[in-house]
Ligand binder design. Structure first.
Ligand code: DCP
Ligand code: MG
Length: 425
C-alpha cells in the first residue's frame, strides 16, 4: 500500500492490471452539502420516512461528523435522534446544546442521481472500461492509461488516481475515496481503507501483505454472517483466511469458500466489465421450419415463459409488462404486450398472459417465438442493501459475475439456428 518508495515488484499472480475503485464519501450527505454549503463540516443525517414526525424511518447515510455520534446507515431514525438531536430542536430547547445537534434531510434520490451522472461521466472519461456498481461506486480499468512504474518514489498509478479524485472534487464538488490495486477486490478494500477522502495504493506483489492484518470482514464478499462462521472456524483475519486449508473452506462454504480464499491471497481474475441493469429480459426460440401446429406453438411459449420468469427471479426483478414476439413468414416481426397494474414476479402470470397474447396468431405459420418481461424493478436487491443483508459473492450487487452488460438482456434459444437478435429487432 501507499508508504515508502518501493520498487515495482514481481507480482503474486502474474497480474499487473491497474484497477481503481471509486466510492464517494457519505454520498447522499455530500450531495446535500453541495446544494447547501452551510452543511459543510456539520453533522448531517439523510434518511427516509421521518420528516412527517413518525419514528419508523431509517438512516440512509450520515456525514462523518454525525458518525462520531454513533449515527450510521440503516439505523432506525429514532435511535439516530437519541444520539444526535435535530439542530432545529436544539436551537429552541434550552436543555439541548446546538453544538451536539445535527441537520436532518429527507432522501432526494432524483437529485443524487443527477450528481451521480456527473461523476460517472468523469469516470468514463478516465478509464477504458468501467463497472458501475451502485449510485456512488465504480470500478475502473486504467491499465492502458497509466503504469505501475515508480517515478519520484511513487507509482505513476497513484498520480493517476489522484487526478481522478481531484476531478470529481473540482468538477462535481463531492469527496471520493479511491483504491488502486492490481485486481477488483483489492481495489475495493483499498478504497474503504482510509475513508473519507482516502487514496490507498496496493502495488502488485503487496496485496496479500496488505490484506493480512485486516479483519476477515474486510475481504469483499464476507458479510457479518460469514465473518461469524469464519470466526467459529478460528479464522479472524484476512491473513488467517489466506492461510486456511482451502478444502476446509470449500467444505464449509462451497465454491464461495474457494473464492474468498483466493481473494484473501490477492487473487481475483474478474475483469472490469460493464454491468447495466437490463431494461427487459427476453428469450426466443426459432423453429427450423415455420410451423402452424398450435400445440407446438403453445408448448414453445410455455417453455419460454418459464425461462424468462426464472431469469427474472434469479435477478430479483419484478416486471410490470409481459410481451410476446411472433415472427411469421417471410419475416414479419409482430410484438404484443400487456401492462399490469403493478410490478409482479409471477411465473404463472407470465405464462397465462403470453398464451393469451399468442391466441391472436395461433394456427398461423410461425418461424420464431419470443417472450419478454419489461418495465423491470429490482426491489428485492434494493431492499437487501437497506437491510444490510449479508449476501454471498455474486449477490451483493458488487460482483463481476456472469452477467453481460447489455441494456436489453436478450437470450435466444433456437432449434439449430440460434441468433442473438434483440427482441425488438
Ligand atoms: N444507502 C442507503 N442505505 C444503506 C446504505 C447506503 O440508502 N443501508 C445509500 C446512501 C449512501 C449511498 O447509498 O449515501 C452510498 O452508499 P455507501 O455504502 O457508499 O455509503 P456512503 O457513500 O454514504 O458512505 P461511505 O463514505 O462509507 O461510502
Ligand atoms: Mg459511498
Amino acid at each position: 500500500m501507499a508508504g515508502g518508495g518501493t520498487l515495482p515488484s514481481v507480482t503474486d499472480d502474474g497480474d499487473d492490471r491497474i484497477v481503481c475503485h471509486v466510492d464517494v464519501d457519505c454520498f447522499y450527505a455530500s450531495c446535500e452539502r453541495l446544494r447547501d454549503p452551510d452543511l459543510r463540516g456539520e453533522p448531517v443525517v439523510v434518511g427516509m420516512g421521518y420528516e412527517a414526525g413518525e419514528p419508523h424511518g431509517a438512516v440512509a447515510t450520515a456525514s462523518y461528523e454525525a458518525r462520531e455520534y454513533g449515527v450510521e446507515s440503516a439505523q432506525p431514525i429514532s435511535q439516530a435522534l437519541e444520539r444526535l438531536p435535530r439542530m432545529a430542536r436544539a436551537r429552541q430547547d434550552p436543555d439541548l446544546d446546538p453544538a451536539d445537534a445535527g441537520h436532518y434531510r429527507p432522501v432526494d434520490l432524483e437529485y443524487y442521481r443527477e450528481v451521480a451522472a456527473e461523476i460517472k461521466e468523469i469516470l468514463r472519461e478516465c478509464a477504458d472500461r468501467i463497472r458501475e456498481v451502485s449510485v456512488d461506486e465504480a470500478y475502473l480499468d486504467v491499465t492502458e492509461r497509466t503504469a505501475w512504474t515508480v517515478a519520484d518514489g511513487r507509482p505513476l498509478a497513484e498520480g493517476y488516481a489522484r487526478h481522478i479524485k481531484d476531478r470529481i472534487a473540482r468538477e462535481v464538488g463531492v469527496p471520493a475515496s479511491v483504491g488502486v490495486a492490481p485486481n477488483m477486490s483489492a481495489a475495493k478494500v483499498a478504497s474503504d481503507h482510509d475513508k473519507p477522502d482516502g487514496l490507498v495504493v496496493v502495488e502488485p506483489g503487496e496485496v496479500r501483505d496488505f490484506f493480512a492484518p485486516l479483519p476477515v470482514s474486510a475481504v469483499h464478499g464476507v458479510g457479518p454472517v460469514t465473518a461469524r462462521e469464519l470466526r467459529d472456524l478460528g479464522v479472524e483475519t484476512a491473513g488467517d483466511l489466506a492461510a486456511a486449508d482451502p478444502g476446509r473452506l470449500r467444505a464449509a462454504f462451497g465454491e464461495r469458500g474457494a473464492t474468498l480464499h483466493d481473494r484473501a491471497r490477492g487473487r481475483d481474475d474478474r475483469e472490469v466489465t460493464p454491468k447495466g441493469r437490463p431494461k427487459s429480459l427476453s428469450r426466443e426460440s426459432a423453429f427450423t421450419e415455420a410451423t402452424d401446429d398450435p400445440e407446438r406453438q403453445r408448448e414453445t411459449v410455455v417453455g419460454l415463459a418459464a425461462d424468462v420468469a426464472d431469469r427474472a427471479a434469479g435477478k430479483d426483478a419484478l416486471y410490470r409488462t409481459i410481451g410476446i414476439k411472433v415472427v411469421t413468414p417471410p419475416y414479419d416481426v409482430n410484438t404484443r404486450e400487456r401492462s399490469l397494474p403493478g410490478p409482479v414476479a409471477d411465473a404463472d402470470l407470465v405464462r397465462e398472459v403470453a398464451l393469451d397474447l399468442l391466441g391472436e396468431f395461433v394456427g398461423e405459420p410461425i418461424r420464431k417465438l419470443g417472450v419478454r418481461v419489461s418495465n423491470l424493478q429490482f426491489a428485492a436487491a434494493e431492499q437487501a442493501r437497506l437491510d444490510g443483508w449479508d449476501g454471498p459473492p455474486g449477490t451483493d450487487g458488487d460482483e463481476a459475475g456472469t452477467d453481460t452488460g447489455t441494456e436489453d438482456d436478450a437470450d435466444t434459444d433456437a432449434n439449430g439456428q440460434s441468433s442473438l437478435a434483440d427482441f425488438d429487432a
